[in-house]
Write a protein that binds this ligand. Structure first.
Ligand code: NAP
Ligand code: GLV
Length: 313
């Protein structure tokens, strides 16, 4: 079995080493420009289009993360990039859900208990008690109720905070008020105090965090974007922060990464920035899942995490 590997990240050697150990008998090679030799599987993160150039025998492409937007953008720009019969498989959780839960819980609690405002007061040496936000009306809306969004919604609800969830298809989740499809987006947003974004980036969700959406939240709402930068209309957020419609935002992802040094977000007193680090792919868990799925496909079994290319996630 021949396996092609590519990542632009710095830990490529460690991945190759550990993949080789997890797949004894497989012939692993790191893709180099010009390599068009046959392969059965590819394990990739943000691959260049050339990696897919005539690869008729490729059975499956494993994405080393949850979001497959970079690969599907190549396919949209250059139809036929992905070999027609190859499956596209993404990572499911592999340790990302607990990290996402930690990150979003921290952010929600920071805003609920006004730690962001106390930090600003401390910087001015001001001893001032702020009225607490009532927990009963501090409604959190989670956009996306997939592998990550469901666990995030449940963890926040476990604190007794009201939680709503939004997805494409209808769902029933204990303790969460669920909404599905465009027709219910307004009811989902209506008066929510915090919006957490965990949608995949697809043509349908591009620019979904925009002025119209912000205007339906409670006045002084909070935004937590941990999905993709292309979900957010940046100028709409800056305007909403200026008007007070949005009180503060925590942003882990950006339209352009790394964020340019002169970007307005860096200096904004009510924007918190992290460098796309809310939930990292954990090598050991990721490799175990990929090796297990390669084994299952080789035995002719089906696997989870199959991407529906037409749907975009
Ligand atoms: P997932 O399991 O595929 O879940 C996606 C959810 O979004 C599903 O509930 C889906 O609805 C919903 N959805 C998709 N398109 C929609 C639309 N047009 N309208 C309404 N709902 C829609 O994905 P996941 O594993 O939870 O990951 C979500 C995203 O998080 C990834 O795509 C990635 O971009 C991002 N992410 C970021 C980081 C980071 O470090 N910042 C790390 C990991 C992941 P259905 O349930 O009805 O299909
Ligand atoms: C990270 O952003 C991922 O999609 O796994």
């Amino acid at each position: 079995m021949k396996i092609l590997f590519y990542t632009p990240l710095t830990d490529a050697a460690a991945w190759l080493h550990d993949l080789t150990r997890a797949l004894p008998g497989a012939e692993l090679r790191e893709w180099q420009p010009g390599d068009t030799a046959p392969a059965d599987f590819a394990v990739v993160w943000r691959p260049p289009r050339e990696l897919f150039a005539p690869r008729a025998g490729l059975r499956a492409v494993f994405n080393m993360g949850a979001g497959v937007d970079a690969i599907l953008a190549l396919e949209r720009e250059h139809p036929g990039t992905l070999p027609r019969d190859a499956l596209l498989v993404r990572l499911e959780d592999t340790g990302m859900a607990p990290q996402m839960v930690e990150y979003t819980l921290h952010s929600v609690l920071r805003y609920l208990r006004r730690f962001d405002e106390y930090a600003a007061l401390q910087a001015q040496r001001r001893w001032q008690m702020l009225d607490p936000h009532p927990r009963e009306t501090f409604t959190v809306g989670v956009l996306g109720l997939g592998v990550l969004g469901t666990q995030v919604a449940q963890a926040i609800a476990a604190l007794g905070i009201p939680v709503r969830g939004y997805s494409r298809s209808a769902k029933q989740i204990d303790g969460i008020a669920t909404f599905a499809g465009e027709a219910q987006l307004g009811a989902f947003l209506d008066g929510a105090k915090v919006l957490v974004n965990l949608l995949p980036h697809t043509p349908d969700t591009h620019d979904v965090l925009n002025a119209r959406v912000f205007s339906q939240l409670a006045r002084g709402a909070y935004l937590i974007n941990v999905a993709r930068g292309a979900h957010l209309v940046e100028q709409d957020l800056l305007d909403a922060l200026a008007s007070g419609q949005i009180a503060a935002a925590t942003l882990d992802v950006f339209r352009e990464e790394p964020l340019r040094p002169d970007h307005l977000f860096w200096q904004h007193p009510r924007v918190t920035i992290t460098p796309h680090s809310s939930a990292l792919t954990l090598r050991e868990e990721g490799i175990a899942q990929i090796a297990e799925k390669i084994g299952a496909l080789t035995r002719g079994e089906t696997v989870g995490g199959l991407v529906d290319i037409a749907r975009g996630y």
